[in-house]
Design a protein around this ligand. Structure first.
Ligand code: ASP
Ligand code: MG
Length: 477
C-alpha cells in the first residue's frame, strides 16, 4: 500500500453509532482508491470516558461491578449491531479493568497511574471493536496500541504527568519515536487509540480530556501525513457553536493560528493542543462530519485565503471571576501563582491601566474554588485577602479577528448602544485581534447571539463564510 499517510480521527459521537461505521469503512476504501494509506485514531464511545471517570471513584468504595456492567452493555450492544462477538473480543480489557478497580479498592485511594489505566480502557475497547469490524468488511486492518507508538514528556507533577501529558513530535526527538512508527513491513490500514500514550518508563498516560484530536495531530506530524481529518458531529469549524446558535456560519478555510485562538477561548470542535503539531509539520487539518459525510468541512492550513475582519466567536462558561484591588502587580502575580499551584486553570489575566485590578478565571475542569478555602490559602497575604472579591457562574465570550483592525472599535461602539443585556466587563485587545465580554452564565447565549449578529451576520464580508447551520440542516433533510 502507498506510504502517503492520511490520519483519520473519529470522535466519540462518530464511533458510538452503528450506521456511522458504514461511513467510516467507505471513507477508508475511498482514501485507499485515492492512493492514501489510512491511519485511524479512535475515541472512546460517547460518554464512556465520563462513565470511567465516575468508575474510578466508585472503585474506592468497592461498588464497581454495576458500573462496569453498564460499560460492558454499551459495547456489547454496538458489537451486536455490527455483527461482532463483543464479549469474546473485549474480555481481555474488561478483566484488566476489574483488576485495576480491585487494586484501587484494596488501597482505598486512587493513584494517578491507576486513573490513567482506567480511563485508557475507553479507547482500547472502542478501537478493538473498530479494527474487528473493518477486517470483517474486507479491509486489512492492524490494531495498534497507541502506548507503543507515542511517548510522553515528563509532566510538571505526578497527577499531570499521568492525566494531562504532552508527547514528543519534534524532529530532534526522532530517536525516541522514529523506530516505533516504522510501518515499512506492514501493509495494513492502521487503527489505534486517541487520548493515550506511554511515558518513557512505559506507563500509561492520558493526553487530557478531549485529547484524541491531539493524538491525531501527533500521529500526523510523526508520520509526515498528507492530511489529518477530524471527523466529528458537525461539518467543520463554525463562527459559534452550531449546536447553540443555528445562525452560526461554517468557516470554509482558516489559518492554524485562527483555529488555535478559537479553540483556546472555548470552541469545542478541536482541542487547542491539536494545532501545534499540525502546524509544526505543516499538515493541513480538515474538520468533517460523520453524520453529513458529503459536506466539505473546514480546512485549517498555513495559507490564509480569507482575511476577514472577524473570524468567529467562542465562549467559556462556568467560570469563576476573581477581582483583586491590589496595590501592586507583584501581589497579583503571587495570587495567580497560588491558584496555579492548587491546580486551577487560569484562562485570562487582565490588569487595568493603573495596575489596580487583576482578574483571572478558573475554568470548569477544576472544582470551583470555595471562598473559605481561598482565604485559608491566603492566610499569609492579608492585603490580598482583604481585597478579594469572587463571583461564580460567569461566562466569557470572545470575538476573534484580525489584529489592529477597526472592527474592535466598531463593535465596542455598537455595544454601548445595547441596553437590554448587562455585561460585567469588556476587554479589548486590538493588538491581539481579540475582544472579550464577561457576563453571567444565564446571559451567555443572549450575548453570543447579539455579538454574532453584530460582528458576523451584519458584516458586509459575511459572504466569505460558508452556509449557516440552519441552511445545512435544511439542505440535508
Ligand atoms: N475519550 C476522551 C474524552 O472523552 C478523549 C476524546 O474523546 O477526545 O475525553
Ligand atoms: Mg473533541
Amino acid at each position: 500500500m502507498s506510504d502517503k499517510w492520511i490520519v483519520l480521527k473519529f470522535g466519540g459521537s462518530s464511533v458510538v453509532e452503528p450506521r456511522h461505521w458504514l461511513t467510516i469503512a467507505s471513507q477508508i476504501k475511498h482514501k485507499i482508491e485515492l492512493g492514501y494509506r489510512p491511519f485511524l485514531v479512535l475515541s472512546a464511545l460517547k460518554n464512556v470516558s465520563n462513565l470511567l471517570e465516575g468508575l474510578i471513584h466508585q472503585a474506592v468504595s468497592g461498588v464497581y461491578q454495576a458500573p462496569i456492567s453498564r460499560i460492558k452493555e454499551l459495547h456489547y450492544q454496538l458489537a451486536a449491531n455490527l455483527n461482532l462477538e463483543g464479549e469474546q473480543l473485549l474480555t481481555f480489557w474488561f478483566s484488566k479493568l476489574s483488576a485495576v478497580c480491585g487494586e484501587i479498592h484494596r488501597q482505598g485511594y486512587i493513584e494517578p497511574k491507576q486513573h490513567a489505566k482506567v480511563l485508557a480502557m475507553g479507547e482500547l475497547l472502542s478501537s478493538t471493536l473498530g479494527a474487528a469490524y473493518l477486517n470483517q468488511q474486507g479491509i486489512d486492518t492492524h490494531w495498534k496500541d497507541a502506548r507503543q507508538l507515542l511517548v510522553s514528556k515528563n509532566g510538571s507533577d505526578t497527577y499531570h504527568h499521568f492525566t494531562d501529558a504532552q508527547c514528543y513530535y519534534e524532529a530532534e526527538s526522532e530517536p525516541l519515536w522514529g523506530h516505533r512508527l516504522n510501518f515499512a513491513d506492514d501493509q495494513h490500514v492502521i487503527v489505534t487509540q486517541g487520548f493515550i500514550a506511554s511515558d518513557e518508563q512505559g506507563e500509561t498516560v492520558l493526553l487530557g480530556r478531549e485529547g484524541s484530536d491531539t493524538s491525531a495531530a501527533y500521529f500526523g506530524a510523526l508520520l509526515a501525513a498528507s492530511r489529518i481529518e477530524i471527523w466529528t458531529d458537525v461539518p467543520g469549524v463554525f463562527t459559534y457553536n452550531p449546536n447553540l446558535l443555528a445562525e452560526a456560519r461554517q468557516i470554509p478555510h482558516l489559518g492554524y493560528q485562527q483555529a488555535r485562538r478559537l479553540a483556546k477561548f472555548g470552541a469545542k470542535v478541536l482541542h487547542p493542543r491539536a494545532i501545534a503539531p499540525a502546524e509544526y509539520a505543516a499538515i493541513p487539518v480538515l474538520v468533517r462530519s460523520t453524520r453529513h459525510p458529503k459536506l466539505k468541512g473546514s480546512l485549517i492550513s498555513s495559507s490564509q485565503l480569507f482575511k476577514r475582519d472577524v473570524i468567529g466567536l467562542a465562549s467559556e462558561t462556568e467560570l469563576t471571576r476573581f477581582q483583586l484591588q491590589t496595590l501592586n502587580e507583584a501581589e497579583g502575580a503571587r495570587f495567580i501563582e497560588l491558584l496555579t499551584e492548587q491546580g486551577y486553570n487560569l484562562i485570562l489575566d487582565a490588569i487595568n491601566a493603573q495596575g489596580e485590578l487583576l482578574m483571572s478565571y478558573a475554568n470548569s475542569d477544576s472544582p470551583e474554588p470555595q471562598k473559605a478555602q481561598l482565604m485559608a490559602l491566603l492566610k499569609y497575604h492579608p492585603e490580598i485577602q482583604k481585597s478579594l472579591n469572587i463571583s461564580y457562574k460567569q461566562a466569557l465570550i470572545t470575538v476573534i479577528g484580525q489584529q489592529e483592525g477597526a472592527w474592535i472599535d466598531n463593535l465596542s461602539r455598537s455595544l454601548s448602544k445595547q441596553t437590554t443585556l448587562n455585561s460585567q466587563a469588556q476587554f479589548a485587545y486590538p493588538q491581539l485581534g481579540r475582544f472579550s465580554l464577561l457576563c453571567t452564565h444565564q446571559q451567555c447565549l443572549l450575548w453570543a447571539k447579539y455579538l454574532h449578529q453584530q460582528s458576523i451576520e451584519n458584516n458586509p464580508e459575511a459572504d466569505d463564510f460558508g452556509p449557516s447551520w440552519k441552511e445545512i440542516v435544511q439542505s440535508v433533510e
